[in-house]
Design a protein around this ligand. Structure first.
Ligand SMILES: Nc1ncnc2c1ncn2[C@@H]1O[C@H](COP(=O)(O)OP(=O)(O)OP(=O)(O)O)[C@@H](O)[C@H]1O
Length: 259
């Protein structure tokens, strides 16, 4: 469903490319992983797919096809129509992505307000259902709360609820569990897996943590310095890494987690 072809990105403020000609596909219903160390270009790739980088900030070329439609050369209006409806993003720091002055329910409903003609009552019902889908206790209570009244793990669930409320085809999850403790991290990963299975939603899961990717993804692409050095089924990459960079990434995982 998503096909990135020979994508190059260079910020106007930089003298080198952040993304140097990558090819990447996400199949319908698949959880695809994108790993690599800090600065390798993962977030820039996600921002390009979600239309968050515009020509005012960076030069880019190549193709990003969503069901054959080229997003890279689509106009701002078309990008806004796709953003939040067909493609949604969940970031690492839910607090910074939320409006502290707005109740949770309104924030979860936001993309329904922008993209649908649903009535206020219908939006509320859909938002409550999304809060239930992400297994938040007391959805009605959470709906009325402000972000600072929730824990980090709960906020990340709210972010996922806001991302899935319009049933997007593709969820971009950029380090969504990095800021959470291990138990909550495992719960969020299980939640993403369930949503993928039950809603058939494709996920591009970005992480520097190969161990987490192995738990969740079917395939993985490894990124180094703006290039994809290796792509394949997750077990193949994990047990038979070909690229020296992937071998180093795996060697860096603590031993008890390798098997
Ligand atoms: N707004 C920007 N202006 C200039 N350079 C940027 C900008 N955003 C990112 N970069 C550069 O692009 C490169 C890729 O950054 P990116 O955030 O995609 O890395 P990443 O792999 O997601 O790292 P991390 O795991 O730390 O999030 C880096 O060299 C970064 O400094």
């Amino acid at each position: 469903m998503l096909e990135i072809k020979d994508l190059h990105v260079q910020f106007h403020t930089s003298d080198h490319e952040a993304v140097r000609g990558i090819d990447l596909t996400v199949q319908d219903g698949e959880i695809m992983g994108l790993v690599g160390e800090s600065g390798s270009g993962k977030t820039v790739t996600a921002m390009m797919v979600s239309g968050l980088l515009r020509p005012e900030q960076a030069d880019f070329r190549g193709r990003i096809l969503l069901d054959g439609e080229d997003l890279l050369h689509a106009g701002g209006q078309r990008i806004r129509a796709i953003q939040g409806k067909d493609i949604c993003v969940v970031f690492q720091e839910p607090m910074s992505a939320m409006d502290p002055t707005m109740r949770i329910g309104k924030q979860v409903e936001e993309c329904l307000r922008v993209h649908t003609d649903l009535s206020a009552q219908e939006r509320r019902q859909r938002a409550l259902q999304a809060l239930r889908d992400v297994e938040l206790p007391d959805p009605e209570g959470v709906y009325r709360k402000y972000p600072h009244e929730l824990s980090g793990g709960m906020l990340q669930r709210v972010m996922i609820a806001a991302a899935i409320v319009a049933r997007p085809r593709l969820l971009l999850a950029d380090e969504p569990t990095t800021a959470l403790d291990v138990t909550i991290q495992a719960q969020i990963l299980a939640l993403l897996k369930r949503l993928n299975r039950e809603m058939g939603m494709s996920i591009l899961f970005i992480s520097h943590n190969l161990h987490v990717v192995r738990k969740l993804c079917t395939r993985v692409a490894v990124m180094e310095k703006g290039r994809i050095v290796e792509t394949g089924p997750v077990d193949q990459i994990f047990f038979h890494p070909q690229a020296p960079y992937t071998q180093r990434l795996i060697a860096a995982i603590p031993t008890r987690r390798k098997l």
